[in-house]
Design a protein. Structure first.
Length: 133
């Protein structure tokens, strides 16, 4: 487990500075833990299954994937993408789409547990439909 040194009384700014020093893996783990805490506080009566689904639903793509996708997409727009980069971009698109599919499946499972439509669940969770949908 990664540790950072902090004072016993920490301001939010100091805490965020400590978080900025975490490596990517530790940052993602920390973010998952924070999301779990937030989910517990918002609905302390959630079942274990609901909590796990909420964590999965709120789990974003790794920073490295998002960053590389943005870089390659920018090169695609500028028409400077090599064949190898184009293949890599297509692989990233597949990865992003697979992540989105899993997220929708988890939304469906949670909506079914709560016996409400997915759109109602999305509204409750503050999840917007993508602009392209």
């Amino acid at each position: 487990m990664t540790t950072i040194q902090i004072h016993s009384e920490v301001s939010l700014a100091e805490l965020l500075n400590g978080v900025k020093r975490l490596d990517t893996t530790a940052l993602e783990s920390f973010a998952d833990e924070v999301l779990a805490i937030r989910a517990q506080r918002r609905a302390p009566t959630l079942s274990q299954e609901e909590s796990e689904l909420l964590i999965k639903i709120n789990q974003g793509l790794p920073i490295a994937v998002r960053t590389r996708f943005a870089q390659l997409n920018e090169k695609r727009r500028a028409d400077t993408l090599s064949e190898e980069e184009h293949a890599e971009l297509l692989g990233l698109i597949d990865q992003i789409e697979a992540h989105d599919v899993e997220r929708v499946k988890n939304l469906g499972k949670l909506a079914q547990l709560r016996n409400i439509p997915v759109r109602t669940l999305m509204k409750q969770l503050g999840i917007q439909r993508p602009a392209y949908a």
